[in-house]
Design a protein around this ligand. Structure first.
Ligand SMILES: NC(=O)c1ccc[n+]([C@@H]2O[C@H](COP(=O)([O-])OP(=O)(O)OC[C@H]3O[C@@H](n4cnc5c(N)ncnc54)[C@H](OP(=O)(O)O)[C@@H]3O)[C@@H](O)[C@H]2O)c1
Length: 346
């Protein structure tokens, strides 16, 4: 079987890590790279990744040129979180008959915030005989796919509560900046206002995916405004220092109501100095289930893995827009991607 030919769309922090992970796998080759960042366009991908070797792939800012030149099977997409913004990027790949796996948070369950764009993507993918999936660690797994999977051993489910707490001091600096660590409370609120701090994108998507999987018709879903977590102790990161009373990070919650009762509660917290990092899922039902992953799954490592591990699932899937709840249970690709492909790439 031929190797799976991948085009990267977005070689930022996550896209670069995905590229490096793909280079370690068998049965897959990177055949193109697209980005708009000035410091990357025109450079060899190896240089952009800092691997110390030339890969013979020049990063281009012209998607049409890339897709016309290389015959790709799949695009790994990692540029932005909102579907309105990335729709043209994803549509471009579908028009060129290329499957898509994307980190775009809203694409993880686009029926929630963007039903019309979801319909258009589904139609376009079907017309071109390819599949499109949004996934990652969260949304994509911890607050939705894993929760849905756990309910499979329940005879009844009354209520679900999911909490993810991560210590941002252990994460990369751009992530610490993204959550407002080191800011004064006033500065944090100004950035929320200007939408340069967006909070956690994905709560609405995760909640809607769980509700649909359980056949729950929600009265309403409420996403709380993002709030700062105020430092109770000084935290010294390598670059960012958080003083007492300054912003250590952020927290955001969401709740879903059904027949007047809160049936789903999601709680996300990311801040420097969190004493315990964990992912916990509590299902009240028959039986009740409590699961706690300590420390919480590392966001970047988990996202990179989930994107690459989803490649064969997407190639095997029916054409159209799919979500994690439509695919076979997720699993790791340990070596050769082709082992998991049902004879589709030639
Ligand atoms: N679902 C999940 O669990 C999950 C997990 C991790 C990340 N994500 C999401 O994945 C996305 C990527 O994350 P990241 O940390 O890698 O972000 P990043 O470091 O900002 O990288 C994004 C890259 O894409 C480029 N880009 C932006 N718009 C583009 C366009 N129109 N065409 C081509 N390239 C474009 C950026 O260039 P510029 O720098 O010039 O803008 C940058 O090089 C984010 O939205 C993030 O929230 C999701």
């Amino acid at each position: 079987m031929e190797k799976v030919r991948v085009v990267l769309y977005g070689v930022g922090a996550v896209g670069s890590s995905i590229a490096k992970f793909l280079l370690q796998k068998e049965g897959v080759e990177i055949v193109g790279a697209i980005d708009i960042a000035e410091e990357k366009v025109g450079k060899d991908l190896g240089e952009v990744l800092g691997t110390g070797e030339q890969l013979g792939i020049v990063v281009s800012n012209n998607p049409d040129a890339v897709f016309s030149k290389v015959k790709a099977n799949l695009m790994v997409h990692a540029t932005a979180s909102f579907l309105k913004q990335v729709y043209p990027q994803i549509a471009k790949a579908l028009e060129h008959e290329v499957n898509v796996v994307s980190t775009c948070e809203e694409l993880a369950y686009p029926y929630a915030a963007e039903p019309e764009l979801a319909r258009k993507l589904d139609e376009l993918a079907k017309e071109n005989g390819v599949t499109v999936l949004g996934t990652g660690i969260n949304p994509g797994f911890l607050m939705d796919t894993l929760v849905i999977t756990l309910t499979s051993v329940c005879q009844n489910v009354e209520r679900i509560k999911v909490t993810r707490i991560l210590n941002a001091a252990m994460r990369r600096v751009p992530f610490q900046e993204k959550i407002g660590a080191g800011l004064l409370i006033k500065e944090f609120r100004e950035r929320v206002e200007k939408r340069t701090i967006t909070g956690h994108v994905g709560l609405e998507q995760s909640m809607s995916m769980i509700a649909d999987a359980l056949g729950w018709k929600m009265d309403w879903i409420e996403i709380d405004p993002v709030e700062p977590v105020i430092a109770k102790v000084r935290v010294e990161g390598e670059v960012i220092k958080v003083g007492l009373g300054q912003v250590a990070g952020l927290k955001q919650s969401a709740r879903g109501m059904k027949e007047g009762k809160e049936v789903i509660a999601l709680n996300f917290q990311a801040y420097m100095g969190a004493e315990e990092e964990y992912d916990s899922i509590t299902i009240e039902g028959v039986p009740s289930i409590h699961m706690k992953i300590v420390p919480c799954v590392h966001g970047d490592i988990g996202t990179v893995a989930m994107i690459v591990n989803s490649i064969p699932k997407v190639i095997n899937a029916r054409p159209g827009l799919v979500t994690m709840k439509d695919l076979p249970i997720p699993s790791a690709v340990l070596k050769d991607v082709r082992v998991h492909i049902a004879m589709k790439t030639g």
